[in-house]
Design a protein around this ligand. Structure first.
Ligand code: HEC
Ligand code: HEC
Length: 244
């Protein structure tokens, strides 16, 4: 009698603790709010992962499990992240029912700071997608300040510099190379809102020469960026035309 009572209390405790753990994990809460398509086949485990704190400029890495929860063979057709600064390579792409593989993820933290959230989207042979969320904290790295690499170099340039080529309208240029950091309609996102800035010379100077940090590099051709003098003028005019 005594023994079974202890066991009962033990089970109750486990249940309570289990509930507690689940409800106090903030990552899980946010994930359930997100429109993740339910996949009966390939699933990420876990679907949200905290990669911890990294110094800016260093690579952050993590490994997720991909499991085939379906009844049939499944193929990982595509794994991608919206920012090309994040790579994700699965060890194998064809999975038998119940089998799993490892997905190796690497985030290049150059030009990043603070709390970053990234999503990884996986697509199977039927076009069904699953999403996993990564979070990491990027700490300022005084040793990286002299670093010459920028978002306009190498593979970063294909998304952060080249899309501005040939664009002539302010909004077009903004959408090509600014929106990913300053947000839709310049209302702010990863970087601050640009609304309410109304000094033409100050704006021109900030865009052309950058803010002196790696987060906001010089965009003028003269300083190694992608924008011509004329494009910067158009951009400045467009920013000033926005209401606060
Ligand atoms: C395939 C296009 C693409 C490539 C290549 C790319 N980026 Fe991005 N980048 C984006 C997009 C889209 C966003 C905004 C959405 C996001 O964060 O995923 C972004 C956001 C960023 C941000 C803002 C902070 C953040 O993480 O949201 C930084 C900094 C950045 N990229 C740096 C880089 C660096 C450094 C490289 C090269 C190692 C690079 N990007 C390569 C498309 C790209
Ligand atoms: C990789 C992300 C990134 C991209 C792309 C980017 N910015 Fe920025 N920008 C920042 C960050 C972060 C700041 C805040 C200051 C700092 O940290 O250097 C900033 C600051 C600024 C400021 C100064 C704001 C203030 O209140 O002083 C202006 C103006 C600006 N950006 C305009 C632009 C324009 C225009 C573009 C496109 C040509 C652009 N930025 C592209 C990240 C970015």
């Amino acid at each position: 009698m005594k023994l079974s009572l202890t066991a009962l209390i033990g089970i109750c405790l486990l249940v309570i603790m289990g509930c507690d753990v689940a409800s106090s994990a903030p990552a899980e809460k946010t994930v359930s709010d997100l429109p993740v398509e339910k996949s009966t086949g390939l699933v990420f485990d876990p679907v949200a992962l905290d990669m911890g704190t990294v110094l800016e400029g260093e690579k952050a890495s993590a490994t997720l499990l991909i499991r085939n929860n379906g009844q049939d063979f499944s193929q990982i057709v595509k794994v991608e992240s919206s920012c090309g600064c994040t790579t994700a390579e699965p060890e194998t792409r064809m999975l038998a029912p119940g089998a799993f593989t490892l997905l190796h993820i690497e985030v290049d933290t150059l030009a990043k700071r603070g709390d970053i959230r990234k999503s990884i989207t996986m697509t199977d042979q039927n076009g069904v997608q699953s999403i996993a969320w990564l979070s990491l904290h990027v700490k300022e790295n005084p040793h990286a300040l002299g670093e010459k690499r920028s978002i306009f170099d190498g593979k970063c340039a294909s998304c952060h510099a080249e899309p501005a080529k040939g664009k002539t309208l302010g909004l077009e240029i903004y959408t090509a190379v600014c929106v990913m950091c300053h947000g839709v309609a310049a209302k702010g996102g990863y970087a601050p809102s640009l609304r309410g800035l109304d000094d033409v010379d100050v704006l021109r100077n900030l865009i052309a020469n950058g803010t002196g940090t790696q987060h906001m590099p010089a965009f003028s051709k003269k300083e190694g960026g992608p924008l011509t003098h004329k494009q910067i003028s158009r951009l400045v005019k467009w920013i000033i035309s926005l209401d606060e």
